[in-house]
Design a protein around this ligand. Structure first.
Ligand SMILES: Nc1ncnc2c1ncn2[C@@H]1O[C@H](COP(=O)(O)OP(=O)(O)OP(=O)(O)O)[C@@H](O)[C@H]1O
Length: 418
């Protein structure tokens, strides 16, 4: 577009710019997908714990406690379950509403009960009411409207920490004091771990631990399926190759190089898509993934530091440069084969006037670079003819890394390195 275009031109050019994204919003952290692959067991458990709301409404207050580390689908599962359960209940003539509260932001008993009231659209005077009075009013209204509600209390650890045992006890046991009301309020508590339960009385802990649903970190294979599904919803066909999905899954899976965190995996996928768009590329490449990974993973920055620290030998740097160059030449392949690297290493040695080291020594360098966390090396599995070692590098953008390595080599050659 020419300089000095009108605002209209600018807007049009942005609208017309092709994008790999079909529905960008379907990757937003708040978007709740219709399917949650690999959480079928947990959803089944929730359905079992709450089915009494439909089969015997009003008889008892149902609850479940979801526990698991960061980004493993706890919130998405609780929300999806409640939304679908409410829909099924509606078809059977029962009104069930969802209230979602994040206790990181809403931590006191008073703010929790007023948030429940406001999400259920129960008008409340702005001042003068105690938490108990607000709660009573909610119970009365639910009775009057003949409605039920599942209250999701996410990051419940914060509520326990800030408000203490009595507040938790109030929330969960208050029904005991109102025998005239049917049991219409039900709870899903979500916590990262159980350590905050130590702050509560045994009776409250027993109540919370009745129906526990555990979420484990995702494996590479599970994240592969999740990414595949989310990519299908959000990107145009043909813009995200299988190798991209597989590589992100390997970088983030608990049995790969990550913590099994789906949020991080999706963040890398989204950012990689943005890099592709910024470069005007019609699909996501492995290098886009590397850049995205370097941004979300603070460890990636360290590799630059290791190089700058001067802890690598000259030939390790030459080998690293060879690895970077082989990887840069591949758009859709995250790993370099040992043979390719050795060949490139010999070329690099020639470029810098160095005599290449032998095969065994090169293997030693690879081992050492792996130990230092600079590269990732693994035996080739099925699919690669003959067995070889595959070498990957998930760090910073390779073009910048290449410059850093060349600078370090030049310093070495100039004798600047101690
Ligand atoms: N099985 C799955 N299928 C599809 N998307 C998933 C799945 N599990 C998680 N996600 C997605 O990963 C992201 C993180 O999930 P979610 O927020 O539910 O994690 P969480 O366990 O609640 O994490 P935190 O403890 O940080 O709140 C969300 O965008 C969610 O939609």
């Amino acid at each position: 577009m020419p300089e000095g275009g009108t605002t209209r031109d600018i807007i049009e050019s942005v609208l017309e710019k092709p994008s790999v994204f079909k529905s960008r919003e379907k990757l937003d952290p708040d978007y709740v997908p219709e399917k949650l692959p690999h959480r079928e067991q947990q959803l089944k458990q929730l359905a079992m714990y709450f089915r009494g709301i439909i089969t015997d409404p009003g008889s008892t207050s149902h609850r479940a406690l979801i526990v698991g580390p960061i980004g493993v689908g706890k919130t998405a599962s609780a929300r999806r379950f409640t939304m679908d359960f409410a829909e099924i209940a509606r078809k059977r003539g029962l009104t069930l509403r969802m209230v979602y509260i994040n206790c990181h932001a809403v931590r006191t008993l008073y703010s929790v009960v007023t948030s429940i009231a406001s999400q259920l659209e129960i008008p409340m005077p702005t001042r003068g009411y105690s938490a108990r009075e607000v709660f009573e009013r909610v119970l009365e209204k639910l009775e009057e409207r003949d409605e039920h509600a599942i209250i999701i209390l996410d990051e419940f650890d914060y509520f326990i920490e800030t408000s203490g045992n009595d507040a938790v006890y109030f929330l969960v046991r208050v029904y005991d004091e109102y025998p005239m009301f049917k049991r219409r309020m039900h709870y899903i508590f979500i916590m990262r771990d159980l350590k905050h339960l130590n702050m509560l009385n045994p009776a409250t802990v027993n109540y919370l631990l009745k129906n526990v649903v555990t979420f484990q970190p995702y494996t590479v294979a599970q994240l592969y399926d999740i990414l595949q599904y989310r990519a299908e919803l959000s990107f145009y066909p043909g813009t995200v190759g299988d190798e991209v999905i597989r590589y992100i899954a390997e970088l983030t899976g608990i049995d790969g190089h990550g913590e099994g965190n789906a949020r991080q995996a999706l963040q890398i996928l989204t950012l990689a898509g943005e890099y592709a768009d910024n470069e005007g590329s019609d699909r996501i490449t492995i290098e886009h993934v590397r850049k995205a990974h370097a941004l979300v993973n603070p460890h990636a920055v360290r590799i630059q530091d290791i190089i700058l620290e001067g802890s690598l030998t000259l030939h390790q740097l030459l080998l690293l440069l060879a690895i970077i160059r082989v990887l840069r030449s591949k758009e859709t392949e995250p790993y370099a084969k040992m043979g390719e690297v050795e060949q490139e290493y010999r070329a690099v040695c020639e470029e810098f006037g160095e005599k290449p080291r032998g095969h065994t020594q090169v293997y030693e360098y690879i081992r050492d670079l792996k130990l230092k966390g600079v590269i990732d090396a693994k035996p080739s599995g099925k699919g690669v003819r003959g067995r070889t070692t595959l070498i990957g590098l998930s760090a910073a953008p390779l073009d910048i890394l290449e410059k850093t390595v060349i600078d370090a080599i030049r310093k070495f050659k100039a004798g600047d390195v101690p």
